[in-house]
Design a protein around this ligand. Structure first.
Ligand SMILES: Cc1cc2nc3c(=O)[nH]c(=O)nc-3n(C[C@H](O)[C@H](O)[C@H](O)COP(=O)(O)O)c2cc1C
Length: 195
């Protein structure tokens, strides 16, 4: 495969599209779009998000030690983009989007009702990376859309329909079709090697 060198940059995909929820000093909820987010440990369950130190969300997390990571479904692409180009310092983004919230189990930051997957997090570590701060959040509770579990013994992934972000290209996509089963279909190659 012929390649083109892009130099040191942040072009990489796919990235998730998340809305990070925080509370400010007046208990006002703020949502910020973050695609630099990912699970980094199973024991303890941990997610890492990387925030520019100028974000209102970063200041909120520092002050409260808590945040919620809301997965963005494809139908909320426009709202997610808006929450990534405006700051909570300027306006109440949740009101503009018409979002609804419900109480969390373990943290004071509420969950975004319109998101089918919410992670309640407690800040456990911060790493300085130039203008950015890598924040490690221990996942205290996960809320997943009940509709996905309607059929006994299987999860209907279409209920989540995650919005994928292509960093560098600056485009949002939804998922295509399932290609394989994880931790299972790779075994075909183990079997093939043994023949
Ligand atoms: C698709 C997308 C992804 C983004 N991901 C991040 C990110 O991971 N970290 C970050 O600091 N800013 C990210 N941003 C920018 C922030 O969302 C933006 O600066 C926002 O206005 C910050 O809001 P706040 O000041 O209310 O916290 C992203 C923006 C977009 C559109």
């Amino acid at each position: 495969m012929k390649k083109r060198q892009l130099g040191p940059c942040v072009t990489f995909f796919p990235q998730p599209t998340t809305l990070v929820g925080t509370l400010d000093k007046d208990d006002q909820v703020n949502l910020m779009t973050a695609s630099w987010a990912g699970i980094v440990s199973k024991t303890p369950p941990t997610i890492a998000i990387s925030l520019n130190k100028g974000r209102k969300s970063y200041q909120n997390i520092l002050a409260r030690g808590e945040f919620v990571v809301n997965m963005v479904p494809a139908q909320l692409a426009v709202e997610a983009d808006y929450c990534g180009i405006r700051s909570g310092y300027q306006e109440d983004k949740s009101a503009v989007c018409g979002f609804n919230f419900q109480s969390s189990d373990q943290v004071t930051v509420p969950l975004l009702v319109e998101s089918p997957l919410n992670l309640e997090c407690r800040l456990v570590q911060e790493v300085e990376l130039g203008d950015y701060r890598l924040l490690l959040g221990e996942i205290l509770q996960v809320h997943a859309a009940d509709a996905a579990f309607a059929k006994e013994g299987s999860i209907d992934t279409r209920c989540f329909d995650p919005l994928v972000y292509l960093g560098g290209i600056r485009e949002y996509w939804n998922l295509g079709n399932k290609q394989a089963d994880a931790y299972k279909d790779g075994k075909q190659l183990i079997a093939a090697k043994q023949k």
